[in-house]
Design a protein around this ligand. Structure first.
Ligand code: ZN
Length: 312
């Protein structure tokens, strides 16, 4: 157990914490997950601030103000519903395509074909609309066969920006990281491939499961952690962020070139090899499939894929 005094200490040092957004009795709250992984220490936030989830903590930390204190209450994680730590990001989620060497290779004949001439020049950057974010255990709704029949998963480490900034240098970039979380960059491959931009095939409702919480930057070595994904219990992706083509600092430098980053911005850093499209033959998600993504040092998210109308 983490005692409240110790949490208070970490508060002032700003480190070693897992921040979760949860719902209990119909009300949204923000809390710190205990090291036992089973209990939660709610923060004393007014309802208005709590509505934005962990963003309230990030924004406050970015101003240099003293952090919000714990309420003193302790609740069991099992008694709440975890929501996405950032249930309603203020703007689009940044995403990076083809950022793991092995994944670039498995899709080199399809979505990445046009870019193969410059494998290490500039990253592919696209976005997902913020409204597609759902919680770590929420259902993902398949959009219907008339919209897409090629729904795929992408397990990804996501960087959450703390201190904002523009034209952030690679050398200073990690100072702007508040922490890390997990996203499933769910993708409609057929839609992704038929448009010049990827945003449509990446932004269908519920297509961005996120969570289970945000671990603060000093708790995780984002440059070297294991990313795994299972579909119905079968391991499909098993990579290390050490295999990234563009590292986290480079991605922050890139995205902030001429564009101001704000506290709470999210950058999904790309996916390792093993997506459904890369299998021979390709295998796409169907009604009832269960996708679990685990990142060492963070935790896991697990989402059921269901037909939009509930039928198979
Ligand atoms: Zn992705």
């Amino acid at each position: 157990m983490v005692d409240i005094g110790r949490i208070g200490f970490y508060w002032f040092t700003g480190g070693k914490l897992r921040y979760a957004t949860y719902c209990r009795h119909g009300e949204r709250g923000v809390g710190v997950v205990d090291t036992d992984g089973a209990t939660l220490h709610p923060l004393s936030l007014v309802a208005d601030a709590a509505r934005s989830g962990v963003l309230a903590v990030i924004e406050r930390a970015a101003t240099g103000a003293l952090p919000t204190a714990p309420s003193g209450e302790t609740i069991r994680l099992a008694d709440v519903v975890l929501e996405a730590p950032l249930p309603a990001p203020r703007r689009n989620v940044w995403c990076v395509g083809r950022n793991y060497h092995a994944h670039a290779k498995e899709l080199s004949a399809s979505v990445f074909k046009a870019n193969d001439a410059k494998p290490d020049g500039w990253p592919i950057v696209f976005t997902k609309v913020p409204e597609c974010v759902v919680g770590p255990h929420d259902d993902v709704r398949l959009p219907g066969a008339d919209v897409s029949v090629q729904i795929d998963y992408e397990a990804e480490l996501a960087v959450v920006i703390g201190k904002g900034g523009k034209n952030v240098s690679r050398a200073r970039a990690l100072e702007h990281v508040f922490g890390y979380t997990i996203v499933n960059d769910v993708t409609a491959r057929d839609v992704q491939m038929r448009h010049q931009q990827w945003d449509m095939g990446k932004s269908f409702d519920t297509f961005c499961p996120m969570g289970p919480w945000i671990v603060t930057a000093d708790e995780l070595d984002g440059a070297n952690t294991r990313v795994r994904c299972w579909v119905n219990g079968v391991l499909r992706q098993d990579g290390s962020t050490a295999d990234m083509i563009f590292d986290i600092a480079t991605l922050i430098e890139t995205v902030s070139r001429g564009i101001t980053l704000y506290p709470g911005d999210v950058i999904a850093t790309g996916t390792p090899a093993g997506v459904g499209m890369g299998l021979a033959p390709p295998s796409y998600l169907q009604h009832g499939d269960l996708v679990r993504i685990e990142i060492d040092g963070i935790g896991h998210i697990e989402n059921r894929f269901v037909a939009a109308d509930g039928a198979s």
